[in-house]
Every structure is written in structure tokens, then in C-alpha cells.
Write a protein that binds this ligand. Structure first.
Ligand SMILES: [Zn+2]
Length: 462
């Protein structure tokens, strides 16, 4: 099995530190908002990886955190006159439901920052003791980047080049521009925790290093996250953990690509920030999963309306084909391809491309071998990729109902027109029959005449 290790910028054979067991950590969400498509891509990517590693026989310990305290969350809570912890609780409940709807399994550990404060403080304390961090007059604590010679190795940057690119935050008491905060003091009346340096809150980077140490140990096999986290977040995690533990934090660094919405970067200011809960009102969770996994996880991917519509269309086609399968000859041709693709850096895009070919062959030939290849692979597609889990008839019915609503036409109306058309045909009034068919087509409904009668379908889905 090969994975693309961002640390070495190449595909490498996956060999965990301890045979047959994998420790994996993925930076989780900050609960100052709800799940958007960027979060969804990351969660679904590592959910697939988690499930596939287990399928391969590894015993996996997977941790992903919630950052349940930050400046924005605190000000949001103030506006609503509730405590930030209460607001975080509220959000986490909603977020967990979203994960369920996306078929994202619960990680083995779901640490929350506010519940790990003691471990974070201990970590920072150690770093000061060892001379890698220092306290300022204000009660802030900074990490001395220049004391860690490996700084920049993940993002492939040199320290000198970094100096210009770093945003200078509250630099007065920092000894060096590059140093980053491990602990920030809070003023009286602000939300904070007691520490050896007075009241304050942990910086963002330190929480992951501390939670990994607490839940998984000093070294893990896979550290994951979005590409946008490579610098400075992951670079800082590497520095802190190495200085604390004296060993590399993670053997493999895996990063999912970013997403664009209709060709544009997703951002609050562009107003194209798509919340998954809103998308779920129109699209089944499986459609979102498919739209994400149809691309390789490292690629930059557009997840606008077109991509979601295409995913819906493709799944509709798959379910319709599944629905026609009656006799099949079981065989493992597609299963073998599945493992081959997934062993090659979790290439779900290739899995789906192969599935497409198989369905298309089956549709053209109705050959029981093609059907058998699909049926044998179905449990893997369902359990690892999380697609084709519905009863085909139910899925098809739900999609049809949705489009009838959009097209503003009812099944009764369609059937009445079909009956009228049959009568016209019986009376050899073909021009009336044709005009009735065209009338439906104009309204988005296409007819298909078969031996057993006329069926209808949604034009947009073909
Ligand atoms: Zn992190």
C-alpha cells in the first residue's frame, strides 16, 4: 500500500511504526461555525482512509479534535448572552448530526480543547523548562522557532524566506518575528483559564500537539488535514512536538486538496460559503460524499452546484442500473480493481471510474458477468466509500419526487397524459399522441415506450 507523504513529497510504501496498528490524527473543526464543504471534504477523506485501513486489517486508533474555544466563538457567545462552552456544546451537537448525515464515522477519540487544558499547560511548561519557549511580561508564552533546526521541512521553506511571509501579530514582546504563541494572556473579565503564567488561553497550534501526546502518544503514523494547514499550523505542531518528545511527530503527512465553488475560492466575503446542512436540504448525504470522492483527495476540486448535480445524476444512473439487475454471476474483477486503486494512495476517483465502466458495460450488454462484478464489489463501495447504500427503489423514488416538485407536475398529471396518449395511439391519432409526448417533454418529463407499457422519467437526469 502506497501513500503520498507530503513530508517527502513522494509516494511511499505505507509501513506503520508498529506492525498492524495505526495511529492517526486529523485536525478537527473550530466550533465557531457549522460544517461547510471544506470541512466535509476533509472529514469524508479521512473517514474513507480510516475505514480502508481497518478493512486492510490494521487496528486503527483515530483521533480528531474539536477546537471548542476561540476569539470568534467567545464574541458569538457574548452576543447571545450565553457561555462560550454552552455555545460550543450546542454547535457540536449539530455538527455531529451533520457527520451522521454524511456517513462519517465517529473517530475513536474526539478531544476538546477546553477539556485538555491541563495537558496543554504541562506541554508548554515542559517547553519553557527545556529552553524552547519563553514567557513575556504580559503573561504570554512564545515558542522560539530558531531553536528548532527542522523548521520549514514540511512546507519546504527556509527560515530566512519565512520571515517576510509571517504576519506580525502583537510583536512587541516577542523576541523574534517568527516566534508563535503557545499561551495568550486574557484580561480581567475575559474568558480564560488559570495557568502558571496567569489567566489565559492556549494558542491554536499547541492544542493538537498536546492532544496527540495525550490520546495517541509521542509518535503517530498518519497526521492529516487540509492543505491549508501545512503552514504554519502543521509546521508548528512538528516543532513543538519534536522539542517536547525528542522524536518526529508523524511518519506520514497526508493533506486533502482545497475546494472551489463554481470556480471561485470559498470565502465569507464572496458569499459562496456553502453550509452542508443547507445542501442536505436538497441533496442526500450520499450525493455529497460521491461528489467529493469522485476526485482524488489531493486534487483541488470544484464543488459548486454543477458538481453536486452531476453526482446526483451519476448516482441516479447507478441506482437505476442496480434496480434492473436480476441474475448475476458473482466474480471479483471489480473487487480486485478496488483494492488496487485504494492501495494506490486511496484513489477513490479510480474506483468510481472503474465502477462507471462496469455499469456502462452492463447497461449495454445486460451480461450477468458485469452485474456480478458490481454486486461483489457493492459491500466495499457501501462500507468504505459510503455510496450505493440506499435501497435502489427508494433512492430513485425520492429523486423523482424531488424533481416533480421542481418541475411543478404531479405523478397523476403525468399518468393522465400517458393514458390520453395511449388512447390517441389506439385511435391512430398519431399527431395528438406526439403532441402529448412533446407537451410532457417541455415540462421536463420524458417517456419511454416498452413492451410492458409506457414509463416516464426526469429529462434533466439524463
Ligand atoms: Zn492541528
Amino acid at each position: 500500500m502506497k501513500v503520498y507523504n507530503v513530508l517527502h513529497r513522494r509516494k511511499e510504501e505505507f509501513v506503520p511504526i508498529e506492525a498492524k496498528s495505526v495511529k492517526m490524527y486529523v485536525c478537527g473543526m473550530t466550533t465557531n461555525g457549522l460544517v461547510h464543504l471544506g470541512h466535509a471534504r476533509q472529514a469524508i477523506t479521512f473517514d474513507m482512509i480510516y475505514k480502508y485501513l481497518k478493512l486492510k486489517g490494521f487496528s486503527v486508533k483515530y483521533a480528531s479534535n474539536y477546537t471548542d474555544i476561540d476569539d470568534r466563538l467567545i464574541s458569538q457567545a457574548k452576543e447571545r448572552n450565553i457561555s462560550p462552552l454552552q455555545l460550543a456544546d450546542e454547535r457540536i451537537k449539530i455538527i455531529n448530526t451533520t457527520w451522521k448525515n454524511l456517513d462519517v464515522a465517529e473517530p475513536d477519540f474526539r478531544p476538546r480543547v477546553t477539556k485538555c487544558i491541563q495537558n496543554i499547560i504541562q506541554f508548554i511548561f515542559d517547553l519553557i523548562e527545556k529552553g524552547y519557549a519563553y514567557e513575556t511580561q504580559d503573561g504570554d508564552v512564545y515558542f522560539t522557532v530558531k531553536k528548532f533546526s527542522g523548521y520549514g521541512k514540511l512546507s519546504n521553506r527556509k527560515i530566512d524566506e519565512l520571515i517576510d511571509s509571517v504576519r506580525i501579530e502583537n510583536a512587541e514582546n516577542k523576541r523574534d518575528k517568527l516566534d508563535f504563541a503557545l499561551w495568550k494572556h486574557t484580561n480581567e473579565g475575559e474568558f480564560g483559564f488559570p495557568s502558571p503564567w496567569g489567566m489565559g488561553r492556549p494558542g491554536w497550534h499547541i492544542e493538537c500537539s498536546a492532544m496527540i501526546k495525550t490520546y495517541l502518544g509521542d509518535q503517530i503514523d498518519i497526521h492529516g488535514g487540509g492543505k491549508d494547514l501545512i503552514f504554519p499550523h502543521h509546521e508548528n505542531e512538528i516543532a513543538q512536538s519534536y522539542c517536547e518528545n525528542g522524536c518526529d511527530l508523524a511518519k506520514y503527512w497526508l493533506h486533502n486538496g482545497l475546494i472551489t465553488i463554481n470556480g471561485q475560492k470559498m470565502s465569507k466575503s464572496l458569499g459562496n460559503f456553502m453550509l452542508v446542512d443547507d445542501i442536505l436540504k436538497t441533496y442526500d448525504g450520499e450525493i455529497i460524499r460521491y461528489a467529493i470522492l469522485v476526485n482524488h483527495y489531493t486534487s483541488t476540486q470544484d464543488l459548486g452546484d454543477e458538481a453536486l448535480k452531476l453526482a446526483e445524476k451519476n448516482l441516479y444512473y447507478f441506482y437505476n442500473s442496480l434496480n434492473t439487475i436480476q441474475d448475476y454471476e458473482p466474480n471479483d474483477t471489480l473487487v480486485e480493481k478496488f483494492y488496487e486503486s485504494m492501495d494506490d494512495d486511496f484513489n477513490s476517483a479510480k474506483v468510481i471510474a472503474d465502477l462507471f465502466v462496469e455499469f456502462s458495460n452492463y447497461s449495454k450488454t445486460k451480461n450477468a458477468k458485469f452485474a456480478g462484478a458490481i454486486m461483489n464489489c457493492l459491500p466495499l463501495l457501501q462500507n468504505i466509500l459510503g455510496i450505493l447504500k440506499h435501497n435502489p427503489k427508494n433512492f430513485i423514488g425520492k429523486i423523482k419526487q424531488k424533481y416533480l416538485g421542481i418541475l411543478n407536475i404531479t405523478e397523476n398529471e403525468i399518468n393522465a397524459i400517458i393514458n390520453k396518449r395511449s388512447e390517441a395511439k389506439q385511435q391512430k391519432n398519431y399527431s395528438l399522441a406526439d403532441s402529448l409526448r412533446d407537451e410532457l417533454l417541455n415540462r421536463g418529463i420524458m417517456l419511454n415506450d416498452t413492451k410492458s407499457g409506457t414509463t416516464w422519467d426526469i429529462k434533466q437526469l439524463y
